[in-house]
Design a protein around this ligand. Sequence first.
Ligand SMILES: Nc1nc2c(c(=O)[nH]1)N[C@H]1C(S)=C(S)[C@@H](COP(=O)(O)O)O[C@H]1N2
Ligand SMILES: [Mo]
Length: 324
Amino acid sequence: MLTRKPSAIKPSEITPESIYRQRRKFMQDVVSTGVAGALVASFPGLILAKDKDSTAKLAGENLSAIGKSPYSTGEPLTPFDDVTTYNNFYEFGTDKGDPVRYSGQFKPRPWSIAIEGECARPGVYDLEDFIAPHQLEDRIYRLRCVEAWSMVIPWVGIPLGDMLKRFEPTSRARYVAFTTVYRPDEMPGQKRSVLQWPYVEGLRMDEAMNPLSILSVGLYGKVLPNQNGAPIRLIVPWKYGYKSIKSIVKIVFTEKEPPTTWNISAPGEYGFYSNVNPEVNHPRWSQRKERRIGDFFKRETLMFNGYADQVASLYAGMDLHKHF
Ligand SMILES: Nc1nc2c(c(=O)[nH]1)N[C@H]1C(S)=C(S)[C@@H](COP(=O)(O)O)O[C@H]1N2
Ligand SMILES: [Mo]
């Protein structure tokens, strides 16, 4: 991946501690004032009883994240400005500043997602049928890029597994494949062949069903900015950032391991699993340490990005040097 050395991060990109704290306070307020709506435990049919206001609420700027998740980390949040201006989204360019600069023309609404493959309920569904505001919850997760920087981001989303179950995957569904939208007119980076378009990613079914995996529609209590993958993107916090595919238009249940963009691009460097693993170096650099955006010193990278208690069992008995 094209990288910028940590030393090249301008001091102006690093927000002072006091501002973090104000933002954290803001975030806590957003969370605590969120409607304490009862989470819907079961769905009579596939489609949610459509809340009349859901379109408006999901399209508005402010989302109220419902409740706090036990999976959230209590670490200081990376400032909103860093989360939304230092991005990887090659559809808008390869520089970290390109996504915010060149995503203004992108239209994340209306939006629909095609569900295909090994499931009883394939179809094309509106985003509003996918997610109703009362399902949203707050998930503060570490996101670690393979380029050895990390952030702590307050995502707003829903558990991926709950969503997938509604399509009734068959017993042949062993993997889930995701595809990003292909719109070269709105995504200038897609006019260049730096990667194969559209961007694709995949998870093994048990990884997708793990409660840590979410589909995110917002961050910092607001609708997802275009540069962060509007209107809906995956977040898999124990894997390197590139697994967390943005602007999803298709989800396919498959029997075979699906292709993934970075693996196609450089198979020796990026495997299917892509678990954060300090023991397995990227061929061109170590993965032992990372720099939290805003910090001066590097810190040790943790196995599975610190989520080993929740996910290590998924890989019991696998050689993680081979399945990197
Ligand atoms: N479609 C698409 N999804 C993508 C990428 C991309 O280039 N295209 N970049 C990935 C990488 S490398 C990272 S680190 C994360 C960054 O997410 P963020 O910009 O919201 O922090 O998005 C991932 N998802
Ligand atoms: Mo990344």
